[in-house]
Design a protein around this ligand. Structure first.
Ligand code: UGA
Length: 450
């Protein structure tokens, strides 16, 4: 049996490589010819832990191959996984055009009874739409092969995607019992490791995926809102998080205060869910608040800097450590760093930027800016005199940086830590003069007249 996977982006590529590593024959198709050529040469186009090694290994095994010819993948494939992108449209809706195009092609070109599996994150009801357009396409081309449509959403995180696929918390299968049987067989190696497989309706699986992301985003906005209150009273959000998390009904995960969530999933999926609710006339206040709190939280760094320098940022040189939306990825989509950079450039500041892996991607976005200096290392970024250092992403490299060295380099410049990288007690004993962190007391060991 051949599994065809459409889309060699995060979800498609990781799924294809992992399915192959589970012993299946996989053909992954993408219309981006350059990407396919690179992949067939064993070059991994994304920064992702374990993926480059596993990709090479699976290509060598002969089970995995890539093609830029969608028709070939349709002809060869017995089961078709759609993993194309579903980006946000200007009104927040998910753009389903790529998903629909592939589904239509499969319906028109398959020469056998087949199964379409939606792996892309799609709004509830999309499977019904896919089924309708499959039937429409089949009518047009006079095809009467049996085509089932099921949902199999993905829960992997960037940075640990391979691990998450092969050690999932659960595998969600949505559709008719009979239609799901081949998928159950495909995932049996994971079920044998004890990973639960949940069967449900297609609509439930689609909505469960959005609900999981919306819930996680909501928790982040919740703790960020509380952190604002904590700051006003000199309370410590870390202590509050630990106290909350010990209640098993709450749990400790995804309650890390910071400068807001980014990435290709939470912002897009929450917006799409808001759109779905609105279309149905359902109040979406909670989801909207999650989004607006997150937008506000991305302004936290600029607020602290403006306050510290009495709104005079025009002549300041600010170094920023961390550009990606989270550590262990080079992805900058909806990254908080970009909001900070834009605001600082607007205020007339000069910037020194450093990220362990996201600099090439950042240079592509910020290519036109003349006020940016790119650094070779974290140390290099603070080598020359700076007025402030901002931490926008909590890379291990920054967390392990010597605070004593930092104190020497910063002199009286404030450290604005948007990701609470350091223990307050360690900062207090390091000699750092001003330390702002999210939802925790300000450390201020020396007053100066600005
Ligand atoms: C997210 C989900 O965690 C995955 O389960 C899901 O499969 C994926 O979206 C998707 O839909 O494809 P990802 O976008 O890779 O994964 O990133 P996360 O690790 O969830 O982090 C998202 C953002 O939240 C980051 O900006 C991170 O800094 C922020 N965050 C996370 C916090 O601010 N606080 C926290 O406690 C946790």
């Amino acid at each position: 049996m051949i599994l065809s996977v459409y889309g060699a982006g995060y979800v498609g590529l990781v799924s294809a490589v992992c399915l192959s590593s589970m012993g299946h024959k996989v053909l992954c198709a993408d219309i981006n010819k350059q990407r396919i050529t690179r992949l067939n040469h064993g070059e991994c186009p994304i920064y992702e832990d374990q993926l480059p090694e596993l990709l090479k290994q699976q290509l060598l095994s002969g089970r995995l191959s890539f093609t830029a010819d969608t028709a070939h993948a349709i002809f060869e494939g017995d089961i078709h996984f759609i993993a194309t992108g579903t980006p946000s449209l200007p009104d927040g809706r998910a753009d389903l055009s790529q998903v629909f195009t592939v589904a239509r092609q499969i319906a028109a070109q398959t020469r056998k009874d087949t199964l379409i599996v939606t792996k892309s994150t799609v709004p509830v009801g999309t499977g019904d739409q896919i089924l309708a357009l499959v039937l429409d396409e089949q009518r047009q081309v006079k095809s009467d092969f049996k085509i089932d449509v099921v949902s199999n959403p993905e829960f992997l995180r960037e940075g640990s995607a391979v691990h998450d696929f092969l050690n999932a918390d659960r595998i969600l299968l949505g559709g008719d019992e009979e239609a799901l049987k081949p998928l159950q067989a495909i995932y049996q190696p994971l079920a044998d490791k004890g990973i639960p497989i949940l069967n449900m309706s297609r609509q439930s699986a689609e909505l469960a995926k959005y609900s999981a992301n919306a819930m996680l985003a909501c928790r982040i906005s919740f703790i960020n809102q509380i952190s604002r209150i904590a700051e006003q009273f000199g309370a410590n959000i870390e202590d509050i998080r630990v106290a909350m998390g010990m209640d098993p009904r709450i749990g400790e995960y995804f309650l890390q205060a910071g400068i807001g969530y980014g990435g290709s999933c939470f912002p897009k999926d929450n917006r799409a869910l808001i759109h779905t609710a609105k279309e149905l006339g359902i109040n979406s206040a909670l989801l909207e608040a999650t989004e607006s709190i997150n937008d506000l939280q991305k302004e936290w760094v600029f607020e602290k800097l403006s306050h510290h320098f009495n709104n005079h940022l025009g002549d300041k040189t600010i170094a920023i450590w961390g550009l990606s939306f989270k550590p262990d990825t080079d992805d900058l989509r909806e990254a908080s760093s970009l909001v900070i950079i834009e605001a600082l450039i607007k205020a007339g500041a000069k910037l020194i930027l450093y990220d362990p892996v996201a600099m090439p991607a950042a240079k592509e976005i910020l290519i036109d800016s003349t006020v940016i200096t790119w650094s070779e290392s974290a140390g290099d970024a603070i080598e020359q005199p700076i007025d402030a250092l901002v931490i926008a992403t909590e890379w291990e490299e920054f967390k392990n940086f010597s605070l004593n060295t930092l104190a020497k380099k910063l002199k009286e410049a404030p450290l604005i830590d948007g990701r609470n990288c350091y223990k307050l007690s360690n900062v207090a004993s390091s000699g750092i003069h001003y330390y702002y962190s999210v939802g925790r007391p300000l450390i201020e060991t020396k007053r100066q007249t600005l």
